[in-house]
Design a protein around this ligand. Structure first.
Ligand code: HPA
Ligand code: MG
Length: 219
């Protein structure tokens, strides 16, 4: 099993001022700071790809993208894996599958995940599955997804999450591959959303009160 290595971002880390980077005008008032610039995300994913390749040596992988938040990480990770595949003596065949889940309203987990679309999980029987997720927050969603996956009897299941949140609400779940461990704040950008907004922001940023109220939906 992979040893757990990740970049830890401290609780008091203030990131970068918004005006040091290009932020869409429509979000300028809605963010506290840039937590992880997109270039750093890219560099970290390159290394995650290498770690994944090392562990899956020679065995075909099915990448299972958890939509929607995971789509950027998934495509960027896939690009890095493809680059490794075409540049080394050993390579690993890869297939892709998608699953769409829903569990959050505003910044609150609704507790139960709903599969609201995607490929038939039964196709994963006997496969080496790499689940690709944007963020593990409480871990509740992933724990439930893993229980669902187990029912279809894959050969193996590993989980790559770009972010893991350090939170007292955690159920204790840790993924196999982690990009960054982040403070207990609501983060957006790089496909992470707040009620579907901010996916069109390249950097991972911390949302502010203004952004929360502007884009909140009625419960
Ligand atoms: N940001 C975006 N989506 C999320 C988060 C977060 O901090 N936690 C769980 N889903
Ligand atoms: Mg989300």
């Amino acid at each position: 099993m992979a040893e757990e290595k990740y970049i830890k971002i401290a609780d008091d880390y203030q990131g970068y001022p918004l005006d040091m980077f290009c932020i869409p005008k429509h979000y300028e008032q809605d963010l506290q700071h840039v937590l992880i610039p997109s270039g750093l995300i890219d560099d970290r994913i390159e290394r995650l790809a290498r770690d994944i390749m090392r562990d899956f040596s020679h065995e075909a992988i099915v990448g299972l993208c958890v939509l929607k938040g995971g789509y950027k990480f998934f495509t960027d990770l896939l690009d890095k894996l493809k680059a490794l595949n075409r540049n080394s003596e050993v390579s690993v065949p890869m297939a892709v599958d998608f699953i769409r889940l829903k569990s959050y309203r505003n910044d609150i987990s609704t507790g139960n995940i709903e599969v609201i679309g995607g490929d038939n999980l039964a196709n994963l029987e006997g496969k080496n599955v790499l689940v690709v997720e944007d963020i593990i927050d409480t871990g509740g969603t992933m724990t439930q997804l893993l229980a669902l996956l187990k029912e279809v009897k894959p050969k193996s299941v590993r989980v790559a999450s770009l972010l893991v949140k350090r939170t007292s609400r955690s159920v204790g779940y840790r993924p196999d591959y982690v990009g960054f461990e982040v403070p207990d704040k609501f983060v957006v950008g790089y496909a992470l959303d707040f009620n579907e907004y901010f996916r069109d922001l390249s950097h991972i940023c911390v949302i502010n009160e203004n952004g929360m109220s502007k884009y909140s939906v009625k419960r």
